[in-house]
Each structure stands twice: as C-alpha cells, then as structure tokens.
Design a binder for this molecule. Structure first.
Ligand code: FES
Length: 148
C-alpha cells in the first residue's frame, strides 16, 4: 500500500476509534499535555510495575484525529515495554518526525513508523508529538507537558 494512503487510513481509523481511551484509576504515573498552537490537551495515565514495566497505558482528552491516533498508537506500543524502552521510543519518535537526529540509541518503532507521514504536513507535527511529550514528562515525574 502507498505509504501516504496507509498514513491516512491509520489516522482516520485510530482517530475515530482510539484504543486505550479513558481513565486508569490505579495509574502511578500521570501527566497532562498541552499543544499551545491549538489549545488541545490530553492526560496520560501509566501503570508501571515494580520491575519497571509499563503494565497499562491510557489517555483522555480532546484533539484532532492526528493527536488521538498518535496517542492511541503510542499507548498500544508502550504496553509491555520497560520505562527505559518507552523513553527510547520517545526519543526515536521525536527524531523520526522532527528529523533532529538526536536519538543516540535506535529502537524499532514498528507500526508507529507510519506516522512519519506527518512530515508532509509540518504544521501538524506537534499534533503527533503531543502524546509523546506527555509520556516523556509522565516518566520523568513532571505533571505538565507542552509541545513547545
Ligand atoms: Fe490540536 Fe492537533 S489540532 S493537537
């Protein structure tokens, strides 16, 4: 399938029916994310076990299809990963969509690589990174995250 068509399909599908949407009452990590460009906000909840493995990840909020799809894919991807792997995924995703070449250790992003298509729409890159900045801050124990 053409990568652009696949990108559109995944955004529409996950944007309409985001996975892991809703509260997580026994979360032990949480952060709120904010995209100042549009005002959209999301809250991310993580349950990390005492071995440092992300047992569960859920999110709530309102935003465009790209931000919802990105949060949906991200929460699916980090479940079962260690906190360190989740942080590496954040760095590698940021690299992928921002072309920063700052990620020092590569990690396979799997299905999330589809979101690289957002590079064709530079004004929407922050929509795709909102969930990831929120993840990064949650793991660092910071409650507020911004795409700025
Ligand atoms: Fe607000 Fe995309 S328009 S996150």
């Amino acid at each position: 399938m053409d990568p652009r068509a696949l990108y559109q399909e995944v955004i529409v599908e996950h944007g309409r029916r985001p996975r892991n949407f809703g509260p997580l009452p026994d979360a032990n990590y949480r952060a709120r994310g904010h995209n100042p460009l549009c005002g959209d906000r999301m809250t991310l909840y993580l349950k990390v076990d005492d071995q440092g493995i992300v047992e569960d990840a859920r999110f709530e909020g309102e935003g465009c299809a790209i931000s919802m799809a990105s949060a949906s894919l991200m929460t699916e991807a980090v479940k079962g990963k260690t906190v360190e792997e989740a942080e590496l995924m954040f760095e590698n995703f940021h690299d992928l969509v921002m072309d920063t070449h700052e990620a020092k250790r590569p990690i396979d992003l799997g299905k999330i690589k589809i979101l690289a298509g957002v590079k064709d729409y530079p004004s929407r890159v922050k929509c795709a990174t909102l969930a990831w900045h929120t993840l990064h801050n949650a793991l660092e124990g910071k409650e507020e995250a911004s795409t700025e």
